[in-house]
Design a protein around this ligand. Structure first.
Ligand SMILES: C[S@@+](CC[C@H](N)C(=O)[O-])C[C@H]1O[C@@H](n2cnc3c(N)ncnc32)[C@H](O)[C@@H]1O
Length: 311
């Protein structure tokens, strides 16, 4: 068995759940056949679950095709993917901003996922931005050169070792993925944040409609599927997005997700919270497992430190 000092993360991605993964996974039941992530992003939850061997198989989906394809290349072709990154990374010496802009134009033309890995490593905080035509338009972080090739290689090999031969990849709308879920699977959903500007969110390639999402959850309840949803957030007194309705009979857990760096800069001391919702079938399953295994009785879980590293 491979012993890893930390959980590998090749992809920098805004909204990644890597720092909360160990808390979220407390609510994962035993003996899961397949962990399904319809809104996988950087697949932080899948990677963390695989590191703990929590499921027999994994399904990674994201509507953003180059992103889902990049995850597949990392898992199935780690050597080539790491070498390609190293080559592109080494070419940036000289005028690195000009180099970034050239790679970005090439990515927008070809949609080559391997170029996307470099752009995500080099752009500001891994935060993807798209214009109305779906073109990636985020600027480079001028103070950093992106993950060193050797570190990237270690992360890529680590993820491949965890997920190879047990993971499926796709780039479909989340509803098509939900249709595949079975009773022994667990679905983890982290949909795009609800912005103020309706369902078009420049932060991700596509947003989703709140009502359509709720309709999908009603259907999952009817099929008795176990699922977890990360939804909404609040900072201080401010709530972002809508809560999920009571008739879904979800168990809501509030996670303290750390301090907002923006508020700290402005001298405000505000803590960000995130809600986790557990489906009725999942809650029933967890209630039948030993009580020290999960934290259902505790409705609130506070992390001692933001940005915890995995030991
Ligand atoms: C909040 S991010 C997920 C972040 C992820 N939990 C992580 O740890 O990196 C939401 C993701 O949903 C994807 N997405 C948006 N609309 C979608 C849809 N209709 N079906 C599937 N994925 C979608 C976006 O491309 C984005 O990567």
């Amino acid at each position: 068995m491979m012993i890893m000092k930390s959980i590998p993360h090749p992809i920098q991605y805004q909204g990644s759940k890597r720092n909360l993964a160990h808390v979220i996974l407390r609510y994962m039941p035993k003996n899961v056949d397949c962990l399904i992530e319809p809104f996988a992003g950087s697949a932080a939850i899948t990677i963390a679950a695989a590191a703990r061997q929590l499921a027999k198989g994994y399904l990674i989906n994201d509507l953003n095709r180059p992103l889902a394809e990049l995850l597949r290349l990392i898992v199935e072709f780690p050597v080539d993917t790491a070498s390609f990154y190293e080559k592109v990374w080494n070419e940036q010496h000289g005028d690195s901003v000009e180099h970034y802009n050239r790679i970005r134009a090439e990515f927008n033309r070809t949609q080559d996922p391997r170029l996307f890995l470099y752009l995500l490593a080099r752009c500001v905080k891994g935060s993807v931005r798209y214009n109305a035509d779906g073109m990636f338009n985020q600027s480079p972080d001028k103070r950093r050169h992106g993950t060193q090739p050797q570190t990237m290689r270690t992360n890529i090999y680590g993820v491949s070792a965890l997920l190879k031969n047990k993971t499926g990849f796709s780039s479909l709308d989340f509803r098509e993925i939900l249709a595949k879920a079975e009773k022994n699977d667990l679905v983890y959903m982290d949909p795009p944040y609800q912005g103020v500007c309706g369902d078009r969110d420049s932060r991700y390639l596509s947003g989703i409609d709140h009502e359509e999402f709720i309709t999908a959850l009603i259907e999952l309840n009817r099929r008795e599927i176990s699922y977890i949803v990360s939804y909404d957030g609040r900072r201080g007194d401010k709530t972002f997005g809508m809560l999920l309705p009571e008739f879904l009979e979800l168990t809501r857990i509030e996670l303290e997700a750390g301090r907002s760096s923006q508020a700290t800069l402005l001298g405000r001391d505000e803590v960000t919270f995130e809600s986790l919702y557990l489906s009725p079938s999942l809650t029933a399953k967890l209630n039948h497992q030993p009580s020290d295994y999960h934290q259902l009785k505790m409705q609130q879980y506070a992390l001692p430190e933001p940005h915890l590293e995995y030991a």
